[in-house]
Design a protein around this ligand. Structure first.
Ligand code: FE
Length: 187
């Protein structure tokens, strides 16, 4: 992420990346920006804290900042998008944003292990990436995940993520979420 415009804030930069790259396809029936806005709306409707609404909007930000080909999943590549997003955003946002973002793929592996209906309900793209991401957690990994400080928020974020793949949804635009992001910045 480069600073190309003087006095541009981090929120401006993020929104610029969404506008520039958000129409990218990532294997789902919705674009990255449509998916991200729907996830944020699901968090807002669940009365989540601003930090978790922000995490929902930014959880797939890693999909906007990689240079991989569109069919990277078919090529057997794990983009590690959750780690990329966490790394890029860590200087700017509080831990309550960064950790759920970092853990949202782990939360999928966790839910696949503890909820038998969850695995069956995954979208085709999500099921494909699950294999690349290491598959469902084993019992030891389940215990370790439940002991993490942001375990609950990571699972909540995962639920918003799964609700956010409707091609006909009409979520609010990016600017609607600016106050949430600004409230979640590090002081
Ligand atoms: Fe997602």
């Amino acid at each position: 992420m480069r600073t190309a415009v003087a006095n541009e804030t981090i929120v401006d930069q993020i929104f610029r990346n969404f506008r520039r790259h958000g129409e990218r396809s990532y294997g789902e029936r919705v674009s990255v920006i449509a998916h991200s806005l729907q996830a944020a709306k699901a968090a807002e409707q669940d009365n989540a804290w601003p930090t978790l609404v922000t995490a929902a909007l930014l959880h797939d930000y890693g999909h906007l900042i990689h240079d991989l080909p569109e069919d990277y999943a078919d090529q057997g590549i794990d983009s590690m998008h959750e780690e990329q997003a966490a790394a890029v955003l860590a200087d700017f946002f509080v831990q309550a944003v960064i950790e759920p973002v970092r853990l949202h793929v782990a939360a999928k592996r966790y839910l696949c292990a503890v909820d038998s209906t969850y695995l069956e309900a995954l979208s085709p793209a999500s099921a494909q990436s699950l294999a690349l991401q290491g598959g469902p957690f084993n019992a030891e990994e389940v215990n370790a995940f439940e002991s993490l400080a942001y375990f609950t928020d990571a699972v909540r974020l995962r639920r918003y993520d799964d609700l956010a793949k409707d091609p006909d949804a009409q979520p609010p635009d990016l600017e609607h979420y600016r106050p949430y992001l600004e409230a979640a910045l590090r002081s």
